[in-house]
Design a protein around this ligand. Structure first.
Ligand SMILES: [Zn+2]
Length: 441
């Protein structure tokens, strides 16, 4: 049996993840992401009206040309982050294949398809949960539950008749994830017993020693800073990833505990929170204000301005995005302004690229200039550090290791980790986008 691993995006870069896995000429596509920093490089861009070739040339979506004429049986989405599902609206229609994901991932992908204006995406969506086996042609797919910074994340096991490949780009080990499931250690250990031909393992945090702290640690840090902040008479602003429902829930819960009313404002916060609530993944109190529409946001900001010390305002803008609510509040464009004594909590790391870094710095400068106290990095990562990666590789014990999901420097660090664990050069593969690895299973 010939096993093929063909990365189409996500290697040598952070973003636009997509990999084709093939067994004897039949393929499945794992993930279809966008590259956010490429999109941010173009001001006020709306990709919904843009075509495939244009976006490939702008380096925003994977170049899937090499796989277009092959027999693709399924598109499998590992989780709902945009660097894994954001290109579904642009690429999926070219394949006569259903799209599989966990319920949260599928709902988020459907939202992307609804907003797509250039292509008619008619692929059937199918949901599966960790542990379910899905047969497509002669290939069996299995989702393996994993903890990450978005709910219902899965590692994707692609099995041919006598060999299998694990796609494990985004995961962490966290025995206290607060919401959702822990990474399925038992299933991973069984992979080693059954024999795993190859594993793609995410390298994005492999340069950090690890172990990556638990989400419970992020909640403890938030509790400390929010409790301290409430003794001031100003407003408390908090901002985090809109897709990070667990973190949002912690901020909401702590707000009530410190005697303040949380309000969630911004279009993306509204989208993610509503979908998670609808699916029963999170239990927000029914009276919680979650507003996405500009009018509703304006009205609420005007209403609470007089009693701002009663509230925690969870708003978009953790990367300093120019059109986000926090930036617009800092620019004085909205009914509620920054005042001396306000506290602004960034419960997020800055995604390392020059645009984000300068946007964040500019926003922080504006906030401080108006008298706000800025608290940064009240955050833990959703990705495995080196110690977790070592434990993971030892747990699954693949024959071949393919570092993925990062820039070349970190792919090399991951290969170094493999070498430390006894992998030979024959077993370690640093690939580039478009470079096919053929193995005999
Ligand atoms: Zn992710």
């Amino acid at each position: 049996m010939t096993v093929e691993i063909l990365p189409l995006g996500g290697l040598g870069e952070v973003g636009k993840n997509m990999t084709a896995i093939g067994f004897d000429g039949e393929y499945v596509l794992v993930d279809m992401g966008i590259r956010l920093d490429s999109i941010l490089g173009f001001e006020d861009i709306d990709i919904s009206g843009m075509g495939r070739r244009e976006l490939i040339n702008m380096n925003c979506i994977p170049n899937d040309t090499l796989i277009l004429d092959r027999e693709v049986l399924a598109i499998v989405l590992s989780h709902g982050h945009l660097d894994h599902i954001g290109a579904v609206g642009k690429l999926a229609h070219a394949y006569d294949a259903p799209i599989y994901g966990t319920p949260f991932t599928v709902e988020l992908a459907k939202q992307i398809v609804r907003e797509e204006r250039t292509f008619e995406v008619g692929n059937e969506f199918k949901t599966a949960m960790p542990g379910d086996a899905i047969d497509v042609g002669d290939i069996r797919l299995e989702f393996i539950g994993a903890t990450h910074s978005i709910l219902q994340t899965a590692l994707v096991l692609v099995q041919g008749s006598d060999s299998s490949v694990l796609c494990a780009s985004d995961f962490k080990f966290d025995d206290e994830p607060l919401l959702g499931y822990t990474t399925d250690y038992d299933r991973l250990k069984r992979l080693a017993k059954d024999g795993l031909c190859a594993a793609l393992v995410g390298a994005v945090r492999v340069d950090e020693p690890g172990p990556t702290p638990s989400e419970a640690h992020a909640r403890d840090m938030l509790r400390e800073v929010m409790t301290e902040a409430t003794s001031n008479s100003g407003a408390i602003f908090a901002t985090t990833f809109s897709s990070h429902i667990t973190r949002i829930k912690s901020i909401v819960d702590i707000s009530f505990d410190i005697g303040r009313t949380p309000v969630l404002l911004g279009r993306s916060l509204h989208t993610y929170c509503k979908i998670a609530s609808k699916l029963g993944l999170v239990d927000f109190p029914p009276e919680l204000h979650i507003h996405g529409r500009p009018n509703a946001v304006h009205n609420l900001l005007r209403e609470i301005d007089g009693s701002r010390d009663d509230y925690v305002l969870l708003v978009t803008g953790h990367q300093g995005e120019p059109t986000s609510l926090l930036t617009r509040i800092a620019d004085g464009e909205l009914p509620l302004k920054i005042r001396s004594g306000d506290e602004v909590i960034f419960s997020a790391s800055t995604i390392p690229n020059p645009i984000n870094e300068s946007n964040r710095e500019l926003l922080e400068t504006k906030l401080r200039a108006q008298g706000a106290r800025v608290r940064k990095d009240i955050h833990v990562s959703g990705h495995a550090g080196k110690r977790d990666v070592v434990e993971f590789i030892e747990m699954i014990n693949p024959e071949h290791l393919v570092p993925c999901h990062c820039t070349l420097d970190k792919l090399k660090i991951m290969a170094g980790v493999g070498r430390e664990l006894g992998f030979s050069d024959r077993q370690l593969h640093i690939l580039q986008n478009g470079e096919c690895l053929r193995l005999s299973g």
